[in-house]
Ligand binder design. Structure first.
Ligand code: BG6
Length: 482
């Protein structure tokens, strides 16, 4: 054995999206309302709201999004032009089961995904399908308080089985839940759990948070994920089914052992608790202690425990945007991040939205995770949300985005040299899409520009940014020509 230099020959380069952020067509061809369809626009300074009914005159960004529903052919052709080997999309549950409880799936909804998957296959692009990316049929939020109820487990498994059977020969890579561990943080309550609150209609329902309810929802999702893996494996033993974690590299602010300990606790709980269950089949000792210390009593049955043991995932996927700096000192200045806040790290630059940029943190994360689990890994989100400007000649010179990706790809290369089994990279929003945290279009992640704006205006025309050509060259050279 020798040191591995460079990316493996079959490395899966691509891009990532989610249904609520790109599709639009929110009420077409039998689709039911999804939890994401009830969320208003917001901005960096005003929080998004969840409305119980669609309100007249209110703008809901997911309703049209970037209209991938009607433009998928053009978009996939552009992905193919960049040389994508893989494309991450999510399926909208309420397109398949409009209220979540029908006995038969909505054939029209399935046809849309037949077409998208067929189009990807036409170009030899591997689809990577997330079964649940921050949405569920809104009827399930109203009737059961979303993932607050055990009832959702079997409804989710039924939905997943429909997709596994339908795409058993055309999709190999699956993810059960996007960023399942975000239920460990208050912001996950509605966004991932679909849980409504009596006291507040805020999307990030930080004020009316119930840790008990949130962690119970997390447990139900973990069981649903395990059951889904078990049933997927029966349908096609060659499926690769993965977990998906939002990972924040934890830095102690100082070498004070209190800060160092805090950073380790952050890692063991917020980063690793869910993947420990999804990969090792049981809650870790630290997790049990965390529940105990926070007086959390979970509804966990013996059957759940057996399912968690059997339904372990095949590979680990994660999103990486920013590290998380921790200090025991409550007076430290905080900064924004992937929907959570940490201490401002004086060594790091920030994005236009205040998210700290740290490519080395990605290498740290890859090494830390791989050497814990030793299973194949894929980075399924990473990217820079920035304001892009169209020049007089129509071009978009997004050198800042190129610089961001270049540094992160270099860090990936280093981690491969460190021995990490990294199999793919799908940067977030290879095409501009609706931001989850703010509902804005102005926060652009793409290598493809979409003419759509925060007030809903725009022609929806697609345009290649400078990063488009650059990423094409990266893929062509298998990560050598950066
Ligand atoms: C991840 C989510 O947490 O962050 C994506 O999985 C999201 O759905 C991405 O879009 C970036 O966050 P934002 O708020 O800039 O859209």
């Amino acid at each position: 054995k020798t040191v591995r230099e460079g990316f493996p020959q079959d490395f899966l380069w691509g891009g990532a999206t989610s249904a609520i952020q790109i599709e639009g067509g929110y009420d077409q061809d039998g689709k039911g309302l999804g939890s994401g369809d009830m969320v208003t626009a917001g901005s960096r300074n005003s929080r998004r709201r969840v409305t119980r009914t669609l309100e007249e005159g209110v703008y809901y960004p997911s309703h049209e999004a970037i209209d991938f529903y009607h433009r998928y052919k053009e978009d996939i052709a552009l992905f193919a032009e960049m040389g994508f080997k893989i494309f991450r999309l999510s399926i909208s549950w309420s397109r398949i089961f409009p209220t979540g409880e029908e006995t038969e799936p909505n054939e029209e909804g399935l046809k849309f995904y037949d077409n998208v998957i067929g189009e990807l296959r036409k170009y030899g692009i591997e689809p990577l399908v997330t079964l649940s990316h921050y949405e569920l049929p809104f009827a399930l939020s109203e009737k059961y308080n979303g993932w607050g109820s055990r009832k959702l487990i079997d409804l989710f498994v039924k939905y997943s089985e429909v997709l596994f059977n339908r795409y058993k020969d055309s999709v190999k890579y699956w993810i059960t839940f996007n960023e399942l561990n975000c239920l460990l943080k208050p912001y996950g309550t509605y966004i991932a759990g679909g849980m409504l609150s009596e006291d507040s209609d805020l999307f990030f329902n930080l004020e009316a948070d119930s840790k008990q309810e949130r962690l119970q929802a997390m447990h139900y999702q973990l069981v649903a994920s395990a059951k889904t893996v078990i049933s997927g494996r029966k349908i096609n033993p060659d499926f690769h089914i993965g977990c998906m974690i939002t990972y924040h590299t934890p830095y102690p602010y100082t070498c004070n052992p209190d800060d160092v300990m805090l950073a380790q606790e952050e890692d063991l709980i917020n980063n690793l608790l869910c993947s420990d269950v999804q990969i090792r089949g049981e809650y870790s000792g630290q997790a049990l202690r965390y529940f105990h210390d926070h007086k959390i009593t979970l509804d966990v049955t013996e059957e759940d425990e057996a399912l968690l043991k059997q339904g372990c995932v095949d590979y680990y996927t994660f999103s990486y945007y920013t590290p998380f700096t921790l200090s025991k000192d409550p007076s430290m200045e905080t900064t924004s991040g992937n929907m959570s806040r940490g201490i401002k790290n004086p060594y790091l630059k920030t994005s236009d939205w205040g998210w700290q940029i740290d490519a080395q943190g990605l290498r740290w994360a890859l090494n830390n995770i791989y050497h814990r689990y030793q299973i194949p890994m894929m980075i399924v989100e990473n990217g820079l949300g920035a304001v892009d400007k169209i020049e007089a000649d129509g071009s978009i010179q997004d050198d800042y985005r190129i610089e961001y990706f270049r540094e992160h790809i270099k860090a990936m290369k280093e981690s491969i040299k460190d021995g990490v089994d990294l199999i793919g990279y799908t940067p977030w929003g290879c095409i501009d899409l609706v931001s989850v945290s703010t509902g804005e279009m102005a926060k652009r992640y793409g290598m493809i520009y979409v003419d759509k704006h925060d007030d809903g205006s725009g022609t929806l025309e697609r345009r290649r940014k400078k990063s488009f050509g650059w990423y094409k060259q990266v893929i062509e050279s298998n990560g050598e020509d950066l």
